[in-house]
Each structure stands twice: as structure tokens, then as C-alpha cells.
Design a protein around this ligand. Structure first.
Ligand code: MN3
Length: 398
């Protein structure tokens, strides 16, 4: 029986994780639940799975939570609570949204747990210190991102690649010619920059193939999500940037591919459903005994592939540049993007301005290196301050 802690349990990934775990009662047991603010949802989940620990991020809601969960359940709050939830189980699922997930990533790895990572931002922004934490004995990092889960599965067929890392991600990448990260293309695939001047929040939130939270859905509309995923792939698998490509695949059936040095390309196919990567990360190296949908080959379908239009989706190039520059650049990219996405969702800037704000913020990044948590937090704070100022003074192009 593997124990599981769900940090960010009330969001889209957290609730799907509970479905996966409910389908495998003999294999997984939830021992901790954690959410930022949602007391009602947390109480309901706690009644259902009876964990040992329930954590609310907002300390002002802790008393209310205590009075509503039954006896025998420990209630904690704030950063101490988060850290407890991140080190209490065999597997810690980090489903916090954005950079706020960094302490969970670090606590899980530093306590030698398996981290099932649905919070790519912490790995991207805090790469140097997360990589150090990853070397803790027992620590494993399994991606809960469909593309990286697909790459992990393709690499797992090549034991000399996965043999070196205890989590199958940090082996010898010399046998790998290229990683091909697939993208659905989002709701604005095929559009010109001009035609995207007036897109609404509602249009940007209408993702054609995946149902996800608002932050990642906007990131998918700008393809910044794909740029962030290139950095994530580089950090997870140790493959250099010039050997990581993005290919648009509108059907979202092929979740990514690995091309080996002999020209063989392996792909992982499944219907788009996050419960597969969640179950894979919880159960690896065993597969879970439940399928959340299967491809129906009796239903005619075609799979198509094309390159993204980088003149429209210029966030891709920003991400490659930030990734290659390293140091604080990925942290700045991520922080500025979080601020710009939030400003777009609040109607303060246009959709086109999201990537333009990130571009302008990156131009102000001082460079250097990140060697401690304080330096990462500081880079994030500085980048947010610059991006906020850019948003406040933003004049939309006529
Ligand atoms: Mn993804």
C-alpha cells in the first residue's frame, strides 16, 4: 500500500487524482489533503477519504476547518502545514498552481519522497536548487504533465537511458537524438497576429481538447505553456535545448515522442485525460489497473502534425532563450508570465500583451546565477515587481 499526500487537492489535478486513487483502493491510501482556501471542498474530501492530516494554506481559516473535520484528523495551516503535507507520504502530488508550489517541491524531494509533479513552475523557476534536492537519497521526480509522462514512457523502453536515475528521468541521454514535445495548438491555431488583437478571456479559455484550470488554459492559448514545457523537459531529462522540438498535433492523441540516434521514433498515444499521467506517476514502475478511456480504432481518425507559427506564438522563442540563458531567466520568464496572465484574466491587458509583457520583463533581468532558495525567491519577487510595473504602464498598440 502506497501512501499519498495531495497538495492542491481541490483543484483540477487534485480532484482527478482522487478519482484515480478511488479506482485503486488496494494500492493507494490518501494520508494528507491540502488546499489554499477552499474549506468547503476540503471538508467534503476529508469526509470521503479520511486522511490523517488536512492542511489549509490560509491560517485564518484553520479554526473553521478544525471545527468541521471529524476527530482524529490533524489540522495544520500556513507554510508549516504545507511542509508537513509535503513530507508525510510515500508519494507527494504537487498540484499547487504556479511558483507558490516551490516549497512543496523542495520539501518532498528533501524528505526523500517521490514527488509527482503537476507544478512545472517550481522546477522551471527553481531549477538549480530543485536539481540539488533531487539528489537526496530516495527522492524521485515523476512528471504529471502529459507530454513529459509520454517522454518518460518512451524512455522507459530503453533501459540504458533510464538505468542511471532512480526515477527513470536522469539517465544517459546520449542514446536520445531528440525529444519531440507535442502541442494541441490551442484555440488560436492558424490565426494571424492581427486577428488576435481583440480576443476575449472567454475565447482564450475555450481549449479545444483539454479541460484544465484557468492559468494553464491561458498558457496553452499563447503556447507559453509549451515553452515552459521545453524547459521542464530539459530539466527533467537532461537533454540539451537544441535537441528538444515542439510539434503541433491538434488531435492531442500523441502526447510526445522520443527520437533515438538510430532514427527510431517512439510515441505514446492515448485519449487526452490527465488521469493517465496522474496514475502513471503514482504507480510507476507498475501501471495502474484502470483505463480512463481507450482509443477506439473502429472510429476513423487521422493524426496530423505541423510546426507552430513562431511569429504569432512568440512565447516559444522567449522560453528557449530564457532556458538557454539559465540562472534567473527561467524564474523571470515564469514570474512575468504569471503576472501577465493574471492581468489578462482581470481584463487589464490584451491577450497579445501577455507575451509582450514577458518579453519586456526579461529585458530587465540582471542575469547571474541562482544558488540558494533566497536567491530564487528574490529573483521571483524582482521579476513580479518589474512585470507589475509594466502591466500598470502598459499602452496597447493601436
Ligand atoms: Mn502539458
Amino acid at each position: 500500500m502506497r501512501t499519498v499526500s495531495l497538495v492542491g487537492s481541490t483543484g483540477s489535478i487534485g480532484t482527478q487524482a482522487l478519482e484515480v486513487i478511488a479506482s485503486q483502493p488496494d494500492r493507494f491510501r490518501v494520508v494528507a489533503l491540502s488546499a489554499a482556501h477552499s474549506v468547503d471542498a476540503l471538508v467534503e474530501q476529508a469526509e470521503c477519504v479520511r486522511p490523517e492530516l488536512v492542511v489549509i494554506g490560509d491560517p485564518s481559516r484553520a479554526a473553521e476547518l478544525s471545527s468541521r473535520v471529524g476527530p482524529g484528523v490533524q489540522v495544520m495551516s500556513g507554510p508549516e502545514g504545507l511542509e508537513a503535507a509535503a513530507s508525510v507520504a510515500d508519494v507527494v502530488l504537487n498540484a499547487v498552481v504556479g511558483f507558490a508550489g516551490l516549497p512543496v517541491t523542495l520539501a518532498a524531494l528533501e524528505s526523500g519522497r517521490r514527488l509527482a509533479l503537476a507544478n512545472k513552475e517550481s522546477l522551471i523557476a527553481g531549477a538549480p536548487i530543485v536539481q540539488r534536492a533531487r539528489r537526496t537519497p530516495g527522492a524521485q521526480l515523476l512528471p504529471v504533465d502529459s507530454e513529459h509522462c509520454a517522454i518518460h514512457q518512451c524512455l522507459a523502453t530503453s533501459p540504458e537511458v533510464v538505468g542511471c536515475g532512480s526515477d527513470g528521468t536522469t539517465g544517459d541521454s546520449a542514446k536520445v537524438a531528440r525529444l519531440i514535445v507535442t502541442a494541441s495548438g490551442g484555440p488560436f491555431r492558424g490565426r494571424t497576429r492581427e486577428s488576435l488583437r481583440t480576443v476575449t478571456v472567454e475565447q482564450a479559455l475555450a481549449h479545444p481538447t483539454w479541460k484544465m484550470g484557468p492559468k494553464i488554459t491561458i498558457d496553452s492559448s499563447t503556447l507559453m505553456n509549451k515553452g515552459l514545457e521545453v524547459i521542464e523537459a530539459h530539466e527533467l531529462f537532461g537533454v540539451p535545448y537544441d535537441r528538444i522540438d515542439i510539434v503541433v498535433h491538434p488531435q492531442s492523441i500523441v502526447h510526445s515522442m522520443v527520437e533515438f540516434i538510430d532514427g527510431a521514433t517512439l510515441a505514446q498515444l492515448s485519449i487526452p485525460d490527465m488521469r493517465l499521467p496522474i496514475g502513471y506517476a503514482l504507480g510507476w514502475p507498475e501501471r495502474i489497473g484502470a483505463a480512463f478511456g481507450r482509443i477506439d480504432w473502429s472510429d476513423p481518425c487521422s493524426l496530423s502534425f505541423e510546426l507552430p507559427d513562431r511569429s504569432v506564438f512568440s512565447g516559444i522563442d522567449l522560453a528557449y532563450r530564457a532556458g538557454r540563458a539559465g540562472g534567473p531567466f527561467p524564474a523571470w520568464l515564469n514570474a512575468a508570465n504569471e503576472i501577465a496572465v493574471e492581468a489578462f484574466l482581470q481584463g487589464r491587458i490584451s491577450w497579445l500583451a501577455i507575451v509582450d509583457v514577458v518579453d519586456a520583463a526579461l529585458a530587465e533581468c540582471p542575469g547571474g546565477s541562482l544558488t540558494s532558495l533566497d536567491e530564487v525567491l528574490d529573483a521571483d519577487r524582482q521579476a513580479r515587481r518589474h512585470a507589475q510595473a509594466l502591466v500598470r504602464g502598459w499602452k496597447e498598440a493601436a
